[in-house]
Design a protein around this ligand. Structure first.
Ligand code: V47
Ligand code: SF4
Length: 389
C-alpha cells in the first residue's frame, strides 16, 4: 500500500526535483539541506503527506503512542526575557498577580496527589528562578522519587540546566551527573527554539546559545540520559533556519543516538512581545510536520503536542508523519494556555485520547518515556479501568 503511494507520485506529472526526493524516500536515502528547503518551498500538502506517511509507517506501522504523565511547573518567574514567551514574569515583576512560585512542600503535594494513579512520567520545567539552584532541584527530585520510586522524571530544559550549572560553577557534565544521581532520568526538548544566531539573538538573546543547548544534550546522552528536541517555528524564521535547526539535531543524533522524539512547536501569539506576528495556518503546520518527518531520518518519533495545536489538528497530523501525541496531561501546564492555544483546559482522559486516535484509523499504544509499550489500547475494555487518569 505504502510503496504503491510513492509509485503513484513517481508516475505523476511533477518536477524532476520532487521525483528525485520521492525516489530517495522510497530507497531510504537521506535528503540534503537544499532538498529540505526545496520541500518547504515547493512541496504540496498531498505530496508531502504521502512521503511523510510512508516513512512514518515504515518506522512505526499504524501505531500512535501516548503516555500518562503530569506536569509540574515550579515557578514562572524567570531571569530571561524571551520575546515569544507569554508565560514567564520577569524577576523584577515577581510580585505581579500572574507570578507564581511553589514551595517544595506544594510541589511534593502535587506528586502525592497522583498516588495510586497509573502515571508513568512527571515532566518538570518552569521559569529560570535564581533562588532555585542545582542542589535545590537535585534534592527535590530525590524527594519526588521517594514518594514515587516508579516514576520517570523528565526534567529541566537545557536553558534551565545551563543557568543552574553556571550558578553552581560546575561543568555541564558534573551538573547532569549530580541530577542523575538524585533521580533525574531524562531531559525534555524545550529551549531549543531556533538555533541559528541570526534568529536566536532576535527572539531570545539572553538565554543559552544553540551550541550550548546541543552541548548539554550531547553530554546528557553520553551519561545515558535520553532527551527530546523541539523547534519553535512560524514566527520570524525562514525555511533555511528551520532546516539548519533540524540539520544540527540530525548531526548530533548521528553521533549520540540519544534523542527519542522531535517536537515541532507552533508559535502562538497571544500575550507576548511577538503578538504582531501572524500565526501559521493549519496547512503550514501539517506541511511542517511532514517535512520534519522526511528530514529527520534518524529520529524514530515525531510528536504533535496537542495542548498547543488543538485536538483536531493533532488528529490530522497523524496522516503527516506524526506518530506520538504526548500524554494525558492535566490542567497544570500553563505555557500554552497563556500563549493563546485553543486548549484552555488541556486535560484528556486516557479513554478520550484513545478515542481520538481510533477515530482516524490508527492503533493506540500507551508507552513509557523511552517508548516501551505499557498497554495496547486497540481492544481495551475501559469498563475495567478504575483510575480516572
Ligand atoms: O522552549 C514558549 C515553547 C517550550 C511559546 O520534551 C512556545 O516532551 C509556542 O519544550 N508559542 C517549552 N511555543 C515546552 C516544551 C515541551 C512541551 C511538551 C513536551 C516536551 C517534551 C517539551 O515551549 C519552549 C518554547 O519553545 N513556547 N512560548 C509560544 N508563545
Ligand atoms: Fe524564561 Fe523559558 Fe519563558 Fe524564556 S521561554 S522567558 S527561558 S520561561
Amino acid at each position: 500500500m505504502q510503496a504503491q503511494d510513492i509509485q503513484v507520485i513517481l508516475n505523476s506529472n511533477i518536477s524532476k526535483e520532487l521525483k528525485n526526493i520521492a525516489e530517495k524516500v522510497q530507497n531510504e536515502q537521506r535528503i540534503t539541506f537544499d532538498e529540505g528547503v526545496f520541500l518547504y518551498e515547493k512541496g504540496e500538502l498531498g505530496y508531502l503527506g504521502v512521503l511523510a506517511n510512508h516513512i512514518r509507517e515504515k518506522k512505526n506501522g499504524n501505531y500512535v503512542f501516548f503516555n500518562r504523565n503530569f506536569h509540574i511547573e515550579p515557578t514562572n518567574i524567570c531571569v530571561f526575557d524571551c520575546k515569544f514567551c507569554s508565560y514567564s514574569r520577569l524577576l523584577k515583576n515577581k510580585d505581579s498577580e500572574a507570578a507564581w512560585e511553589l514551595s517544595e512542600e506544594q510541589i511534593l503535594d502535587l506528586v502525592r496527589g497522583y498516588n495510586g494513579k497509573p502515571v508513568t512520567e512527571v515532566h518538570i520545567v518552569g521559569g529560570v528562578h535564581p533562588k532555585m539552584g542545582l542542589m535545590y532541584f537535585a534534592n527535590l527530585i530525590k524527594k519526588v522519587k521517594e514518594i514515587r520510586p516508579d516514576i520517570h522524571v523528565k526534567a529541566f530544559t537545557a536553558v534551565e540546566l545551563e543557568y543552574m550549572c553556571r550558578k553552581a560553577k560546575v561543568s555541564f557534565e558534573e551538573g547532569l551527573r549530580i541530577l542523575k544521581e538524585h533521580g533525574q532520568d531524562s531531559l525534555p526538548g524545550g529551549g531549543a527554539e531556533i538555533f541559528h544566531p541570526d534568529i536566536r539573538t532576535k527572539i531570545c538573546e539572553d538565554k543559552c546559545t544553540g551550541d550550548e543547548w546541543l552541548e548539554i544534550h550531547e553530554t546528557a546522552h553520553k551519561l545515558g540520559m535520553p532527551s527530546n528536541a523541539t523547534m519553535l517555528y512560524g514566527h520570524i524564521e525562514k525555511f533555511e533556519h528551520r532546516v539548519d535547526h533540524m540539520n544540527r539535531l540530525r548531526e548530533l543524533q548521528d553521533r549520540s543516538k540519544g534523542f527519542n522524539t522531535f517536537i515541532p512547536l507552533k508559535f502562538r501569539n497571544k500575550g507576548n512581545q511577538m503578538s504582531h506576528i501572524k500565526e501559521s495556518s493549519v496547512i503550514e503546520d501539517l506541511r511542517n510536520y511532514a517535512v520534519s518527518r522526511i528530514y529527520m531520518d534518524n529520529f524514530n518519533h515525531v510528536k504533535a503536542y496537542w495542548p498547543m495545536i488543538g485536538r483536531t489538528t493533532a488528529q490530522l497530523s497523524l496522516a503527516f508523519g506524526v506518530d506520538d501525541i504526548d500524554g494525558t496531561i492535566d490542567d497544570s501546564t500553563k505555557i500554552y494556555t497563556m500563549a493563546g492555544s485553543e486548549e484552555q483546559n488541556p486535560s484528556l482522559t486516557t479513554q478520550q485520547l484513545v478515542e481520538m486516535i481510533k477515530q482516524v484509523g490508527r492503533h493506540p499504544i500507551e508507552r513509557d518515556t523511552v517508548y516501551n509499550t505499557i498497554t495496547d489500547f486497540q481492544n481495551y475494555d475501559f469498563s475495567k479501568e478504575t483510575a480516572a487518569v
